[in-house]
Design a protein around this ligand. Structure first.
Ligand code: IPD
Ligand code: CA
Ligand code: CA
Ligand code: CA
Length: 270
């Protein structure tokens, strides 16, 4: 089933309106005290704003689109066993650590998928009021500005990659010595602490790739649609397709360097 253009446009406009509204609520409350809890470990934070923002979307979606499904981080979504139908994949605040410690560099991320295909992507840099947005087949935008297709003939020597330092230390996912070799090869690395923004930066072409070993569907759903629209690719770190119902390793990059990264540098363990 293909989503009809006008239906997609209306859905996009509605999602966009809600994202901007939720973002304004967060911005207006940015100096208010936060209730901070931890989840899987002491560094895995969640605040009342994460929960309230997700609830805001869940209530809106259930009222307006009762037949749609929700896959989201903080527990207000549905338990999904299949990717059939229209699924809103929501991260109410991506980069909660930044939100708590820095009060910037976090995003609201929404991907709207139909039968497993990303149709709409929205990544909202809340404090900078920058909305990255895309509809499949219609290009990606940074606010009003259309993003250009990614550079052709990019050389690895000139690439900036987003890479968390953690993956260059001994770990059970990826060969750290190969990651170190990669760092010596490329022009530079960056790490911003919000996967959604990092994917948006790949789409914008201000970084050339993002490699990481564990992300949830809501971290990547919005950003993947953006990257697709400028001719980039997002796969697992072994090049295989991503499964939107579970955690994945991630390689998102300019196609020009994908093959080299996969064959010469990313050596997965297990
Ligand atoms: C996190 C951010 C971070 C990534 C973590 C994610 P959250 O999401 O995207 O950049 O490295 O793996 O869990 O918890 O802040 O929404
Ligand atoms: Ca989290
Ligand atoms: Ca996240
Ligand atoms: Ca989050």
């Amino acid at each position: 089933l293909v989503m009809e253009q006008q239906v997609k446009k209306d859905l996009f406009d509605t999602a966009r309106k809600w994202v901007l509204e939720a973002g304004k609520t967060i911005r207006d409350a940015i100096d208010q005290p936060l209730t901070i809890d931890t989840k899987s470990n002491a560094n895995d934070l969640v605040t009342h704003m994460d929960r309230e923002t997700e609830q805001f979307f869940a209530e809106k979606i259930r009222a307006e689109y009762p037949e749609h499904f929700i896959l989201s981080e903080e527990g207000y979504g549905d338990e999904l066993k299949s990717d059939k139908g229209i699924v809103w994949i929501i991260d109410p605040i991506d980069g909660t650590m930044n939100f708590v410690h820095q009060k910037r560099n976090f995003a609201i991320s929404i991907g709207i998928f139909q039968d497993g295909i990303g149709e709409i992507g929205l990544v909202y840099d809340v404090m900078n009021d920058i909305l990255y947005a895309a509809r499949r087949g219609e290009g990606a935008f940074k606010n009003e500005k259309k993003l250009l297709p990614l550079k052709k003939e990019l050389r690895l020597e000139e690439a900036i990659l987003v890479l968390n330092n953690y993956w260059t230390t001994p770990n059970n996912k990826v060969e750290d010595s190969k990651m170190q070799e990669l760092i010596r090869k490329i022009r530079g690395t960056r790490s911003y602490g919000s996967a959604a923004l990092e994917l948006a930066y790949v789409a914008e072409g201000i970084v050339d790739g993002y490699i990481t070993m564990k992300l949830a569907p809501w971290d990547i759903a919005g950003g993947m649609v953006l990257v697709n629209e400028v001719g980039g690719i997002t796969t697992k770190a072994d090049g295989e397709p991503i499964n939107m119902l579970e955690n994945n390793t991630i390689l998102s990059c300019n196609k020009e360097i994908q093959e080299t990264l996969l064959t010469d540098y990313i050596e997965l363990k297990q």
